[in-house]
Design a protein around this ligand. Structure first.
Ligand code: BG6
Length: 484
């Protein structure tokens, strides 16, 4: 591992993302010894004026104890907070970034920092509108200057643009200033334990390898549901909607890992090459295979326009045009304010040919990967119902992580991904061509929704979404085996 002065700079340090995700992830990495006091300094940068201590105090309540670490929590916090220094400045002024550079350089040259290269990691917890100017400022004033080597990396969060054109403009701008190897486009779904397990499940288990294709699989659902609404971020959400917020990034990334071919190796570029191919093989979306919805009450938020057509729910069927997946619908479904909170992948197999048990319609084999809550992998199998009769029933082979891995603490997605950025591993980050291909899939539909050419259907808060969505899933081949 590299040693030397590591500066982590959180841009937008007083915002929600920084408080709720970035700083807590850094805290847990520090608590577990993945970043160490003598090696690292953390800088918060934002427009508001405040002292180091004010920022530390604001962050304190977001730092919750790690599992089993309740007793040492106060001590853990008091070792972490002093590492944070605050610099205030605008996002488009030279002075602000010159000052930031001065502070970072002072730390790099200080006696208590270890010898070695200088590493600068800039985390953008910022509104995307300021990305272009911030990138320019960083390039002009804040790059690593150490002659002992080292690096400068930037971590950017979605939304990367609103559609293909704006995303490409942003990519071109950033691409002129930084190399692809310096850019980490974060999609936190790629940091989730069971998303990271997909490659292993698929390619390390002989039993799945021959089954994973259109001959055996009827349909795949990738579902995200939340049981709360846009609470407080209605105005922001309304500019994007659920397709840009969840489907175009999180669910599509999951789809890539479910559908991709075996990569040549586990090298990040080999994996990302295969993901791009899947995205490029997705056919244009057929509008008959789309249902969008908006929950009743969404427009009560004063920051949401009264005539908003922005979807808070969407079911979109994607079709992958290749040898493996011809004819298999991938049903992507996401919604806010629904009947439950969960994210899962549901791979439904076809009926058994030549069935002698008359079990048609009584359930199919399903392989379910529950990403959250309560991570689990389970398989639905038809078995003989115990007893004297020869009856069949659907049962489950269940690998619930909570039971099986009781002692293991599953890391937060952000912890894992930030550690990857420090280590220079881009496997779980979105490459520029992946981003482009993802926007190509959704842009025509998004433009039609923005122009009110596709209407959001109303649905009741706490429901399964518009009933047309369930009908669509059935129409394309999903057979309900039980409520999900
Ligand atoms: C974010 C979306 O990317 O993901 C939010 O912007 C959503 O709207 C969140 O709530 C869900 O993340 P998770 O990890 O809770 O499933």
């Amino acid at each position: 591992p590299e040693t030397g002065r590591l500066s982590i700079i959180v841009l937008g340090a007083s915002g929600d993302l920084a408080k709720k995700k970035t700083f807590p992830a850094l805290f847990h990495l520090h608590r577990q010894g993945f970043i160490e006091s003598h090696d690292v300094h953390i800088f918060g940068y934002a427009r508001s004026k405040m002292s180091d201590d004010e920022l530390r105090d604001r962050l304190r309540r977001y730092l919750t104890p790690g599992k089993g670490c309740e007793e040492t929590h106060d001590e853990d916090v008091s070792k972490f907070l002093p590492l944070i220094k605050y610099v205030s400045g605008p996002y488009d002024s030279e002075e602000g970034f010159q000052l930031l550079d001065k502070e970072i350089s002072a730390y790099e040259l200080s006696k208590d920092s270890k010898e070695g290269s200088s590493r600068r990691l800039f985390y953008f917890a910022l509104p995307p509108s300021v990305y272009p100017s911030v990138c320019k400022m960083l390039k002009n004033f804040c790059m690593n200057k150490s002659d002992l080597g080292g690096w400068t990396r930037i971590v950017v969060e979605k939304p990367f643009g609103r559609d293909l054109k704006s995303a490409e403009e942003l990519s071109t701008h950033i691409g002129e200033l930084f190399n692809e190897s310096q850019i980490y486009r974060i999609d936190h779904y790629l940091g989730k334990e069971l998303v990271q397990n997909l490659l292993v499940l698929r390619f390390a288990n002989r039993m799945f390898v021959p089954l994973w294709n259109h001959t055996n699989i009827s349909n795949v659902q990738i579902v995200f549901k939340e049981d709360f609404g846009t609470e407080g971020r209605g105005g922001y959400f309304d500019q994007y909607g659920i397709i840009r917020d969840i489907l175009q990034n999180h669910l599509l990334q999951v789809l890539c890992l479910v559908a991709m071919e075996r990569p040549v190796s586990l090298k990040p570029e080999h994996i990302r090459d295969e993901k791009v191919k899947v995205l490029q093989s997705v056919l244009p979306i057929n509008e008959d295979e789309v249902v969008i919805g908006q929950y009743e009450g969404y427009k009560d938020d004063p920051t949401v326009p009264k005539d908003s057509n922005t979807p808070t729910f969407a079911t979109v069927v994607l079709r992958i045009h290749n040898e493996r997946w011809e004819g298999v619908p991938f049903i992507l479904k996401a919604g806010k304010t629904m009947n439950s909170k969960k994210a899962e992948i549901r791979v439904q197999f076809k009926d058994v040919p030549g069935d002698i048990f008359n079990s048609k319609g009584k359930g199919r084999n399903e392989f379910v990967i529950r990403l959250q809550p309560s991570e689990a992998i389970y398989m639905k199998l038809t078995v003989k119902e115990p007893g004297l009769e020869m009856k069949t029933a659907l049962s489950e082979l269940d690998l619930s992580y909570r039971q099986r891995y009781q002692e293991v603490i599953i890391p937060e997605a952000y912890e894992r991904l930030i550690l990857d950025t420090i280590r220079g591993d881009q496997q779980h980050f979105v490459r520029r061509d992946e981003l482009k291909a993802a926007w190509e899939i959704f842009t025509p539909l998004l433009h039609r929704i923005d122009n009110n050419e596709v209407q959001s259907l109303p649905y009741k808060p706490g429901s399964r979404g518009p009933e047309q969505a369930d009908k669509l899933a059935e129409k394309v081949g999903y057979v309900q085996t039980h409520g999900y």
